[in-house]
Ligand binder design. Structure first.
Ligand code: 8YV
Length: 316
């Protein structure tokens, strides 16, 4: 008898989906219309032994409570922001995620966003498409990134991979996170506010949790200033989105390049209407290669669990 599992998130990798279907009796929640998902989960809940989902989708205490035989949660993401770890730990249910395999692609996107904002790529693209170039309309120069300072909030694997890319472009790196990172060249600022004061670009690569929620508030945006740019490839919850929109509208903040949003996939119309923003739909890890590697790791963690082997990448 194959273990029965709930699959909340599909992988774009056909090989990953095939392995899930071969190895497990899958209940594919993602295929069910949202309004019917609750009833669908209830109809199989008594037999479910594992969940495949992502940090942004999460596992609530209420969902876990509906699954009396739940043994493990395999996240197809590095983030675990909306997973109720306390509820799962209380029942001794392990959670795995996918660290490492997405670092380089997410760091690439941060670099792409930062450069796109600095060189105003969307506006330049529009200038050509609209015929403004052939009409010989004036075109203001943008700003060079060389010699500027990037402040990185959250200096883990992804933050450091972003730093390595920016350093190669001649950008000076500072960082802030509560715990100093030993053995790195970059200087640590005393606080996020100080980091914003010192930076031309503030790049967010910290996890979303109670301590980081709305850490980027009006004061931090003000400190970043009219020549400053906010880059967010982490989580929308890190930023007070109302304050961000206000700062961008008044010019108190220069620009923003965002892959993540507070209530994604909803993006406020006021943000979408702005010229000084670059927006992407949470695609940091969305490459064929990385999504396959993430999905494979999620499958391998499930297989290890049901084979009684040590998990490959358990959360501490
Ligand atoms: C995914 C992510 O886009 O890994 C994460 O934490 O945010 C992204 O890689 C997301 O989890 C959906 O799969």
């Amino acid at each position: 008898m194959k273990p029965e599992i709930l699959v909340f998130a599909a992988s774009p990798s056909a090989a990953v989906m095939r392995q899930l279907d071969e190895q497990f009796h899958c209940h594919h929640v993602w295929r069910v219309p949202p309004a019917e998902q609750d009833a669908y989960v209830d109809s199989v809940a008594a037999r479910v032994r594992a969940i495949v989902t992502t940090g942004p989708q999460g596992v609530s205490a209420a969902l876990a409570a509906r699954l009396p035989r739940l043994e493990m949660v395999s996240l197809n993401s590095v983030g675990y922001d909306k997973v109720d770890l306390d509820a799962l730990r209380a029942r001794g249910i392990p959670v795995t995620n996918t660290p490492g395999v997405l670092t380089e692609d997410v760091a690439d996107l941060a670099l792409l966003l930062l450069l796109s904002a600095a060189r105003r790529l969307p506006a330049m693209d529009r200038y050509v498409r609209n015929g403004d170039w052939s009409a010989r309309l004036p075109l203001a120069p943008s700003r060079s990134v060389r010699g500027k300072v990037a402040g990185i909030f959250g200096y883990g694997r992804i933050g450091q991979a972003i730093a390595a890319r920016l350093a190669a472009l001649g950008v000076e790196i500072r960082y802030y996170q509560p715990r100093p990172v030993p053995g790195v060249a970059a200087q640590r600022a005393g606080s996020l506010l100080e980091l914003a004061q010192q930076s031309d670009y503030l790049v967010l690569s910290a996890p979303a949790n109670a301590a980081t929620r709305h850490a980027v508030n009006a004061a931090v945006l003000d400190a970043l200033g009219p020549e400053g740019t906010l880059v967010n490839i982490a989580r929308g919850a890190l930023v007070d989105e109302h304050a961000l929109i206000a700062a961008l509208q008044t010019g108190q903040l220069g620009a923003a390049a965002l892959d993540v949003f507070e209530h994604e996939p909803e993006v406020p119309p006021a943000l979408r209407a702005l010229d000084n923003v670059v927006l992407t739909p949470h695609i940091g890890s969305l490459t064929v290669e990385t999504r396959h590697a993430m999905g494979q790791l999620a499958v391998d963690n499930l297989l290890a669990h049901f084979a009684g082997q040590p998990l490959l990448t358990p959360l501490p």
